[in-house]
Design a binder for this molecule. Structure first.
Ligand code: NAP
Length: 326
């Protein structure tokens, strides 16, 4: 804490971006404070640690040749930040006042905390269909996932019939990825035309093991410990049918966790992502930085989020030094 009673840097969010920012900031003697957030349903599960808390096995993060469970990886990130004396607060930041310095951040428990620099790292939430059995099996690693690139290559999906829901570029890209492992990839889309770019549609639909189901929505997910199928409803005729699948991948978009920035003056994109200055973590407000999925609708990987967390801590450190905050 500086002489003015404000923290040098407060980090909001506890996924790969937030923890990496904390590790770098702590090692630079900035005494970072991380607001990790509290668990909630929104409508799917939102946990401190972020989307990796809902990921069973991470096989594409360098340094873990055998793979690592998402929650275990977040425990390691947190432990590494704690090792360098990061202060951790189990609360949300619900509102930010960036109009005067030091900044004032309002907490979920009704308190306020002041900071010279702030790193926004609250991530994004995958959109879910919102079905009870979908959420249950997603939470327990029962074969329901919102990230085919993270989970699609796991052994229990290999040579199986899988379903992907959505009609955008993500569904095409992730569906194409699944065709490499799956016996059949069933595309389930609520309309009879796709929103995705033509080239990505063609790349996916031209694979021999893709079977599209037009005008269909998933209304239930079957299976106890592991998914065994989905119940589809035709959006035109309302007829219901059952499709046997061993995996369900939901690719119906993401929502950045930026609600708490309403009225703060931080510039957002049309879709609600934090807008960054080119090749940096700087937002439009000096002293406010952002890292990870809340500012990235494109890559959305743990390793890219961690890299952005590192950039944000380095940018914050340089900015604080230039401002004379020690
Ligand atoms: P998106 O473009 O918003 O598409 C979401 C899809 O999910 C739409 O087809 C939508 O159906 C469907 N959907 C939404 N809510 C649904 C619900 N409740 N039930 C069933 N279906 C639902 O999202 P995205 O595909 O994640 O793409 C996000 C952005 O990233 C886009 O700008 C995209 O171009 C970009 N992106 C680019 C690449 C690339 O170029 N390599 C790869 C991935 C993403 P409707 O079509 O009926 O609305």
């Amino acid at each position: 804490m500086s002489a003015s009673g404000a923290h040098k840097v407060v980090i909001i969010g506890s996924g790969p971006a937030g923890w990496t920012a904390a590790i770098y900031a702590a090692r630079a003697n900035l005494d970072p404070v991380v607001y990790v957030g509290v668990p909630k349903q929104d409508p799917g599960p939102v946990l401190p640690g972020g989307q990796l808390m809902l990921t069973t096995e991470v096989e594409n993060y360098p340094g873990f040749p055998e793979g690592v469970r998402g929650p275990d990886m977040m425990d390691k990130f947190r432990a590494q930040a704690e090792r360098f004396k990061t202060r951790i607060v189990d609360d949300d930041i619900v509102r930010c006042d960036f109009s005067t310095r030091p900044f004032t951040l309002h907490t979920g428990e009704g308190g306020a905390v002041r900071a010279h620099a702030v790193i926004l790292a609250t991530g994004a939430m995958a959109n879910w269909i919102g079905l009870e059995n979908e959420m249950r099996l997603a939470r327990t690693g029962g074969g329901v996932s919102a990230c085919a690139v993270c989970d699609g290559a796991l052994p229990h999906f290999r040579d199986q019939a899988l379903a992907i829901v959505g009609g955008g570029d993500t569904a095409m890209e992730e569906g194409t990825y699944l065709t490499k492992f799956a016996k059949t990839v069933h595309l389930i889309h609520r309309r009879d035309t796709l929103r995705a770019s033509r080239i990505m549609q063609e790349r996916f639909l031209s694979r021999p093991n893709v079977k599209p189901h037009w005008n269909k929505v998933v209304v239930d997910v079957l299976g106890e410990a592991m998914i065994e199928g989905v119940v589809l409803e035709d959006t035109v005729t309302k007829a219901r049918s059952t499709l046997a699948v061993k995996g369900l991948f939901v690719a119906i978009g993401h929502t950045p966790a930026t609600k708490f920035l309403a009225g703060s003056g931080v510039e957002l994109t049309e879709k609600g992502y934090v807008m960054l200055r080119t090749r940096s973590s700087r937002t439009n407000i000096p002293g406010v930085f952002a890292a990870g999925d809340l500012a990235d609708s494109e890559y959305r990987q743990a390793v890219t989020a961690a890299g952005m967390g590192c950039q944000a801590a380095l940018d914050a450190e340089r900015w604080l030094a230039a401002e004379g905050v020690h």
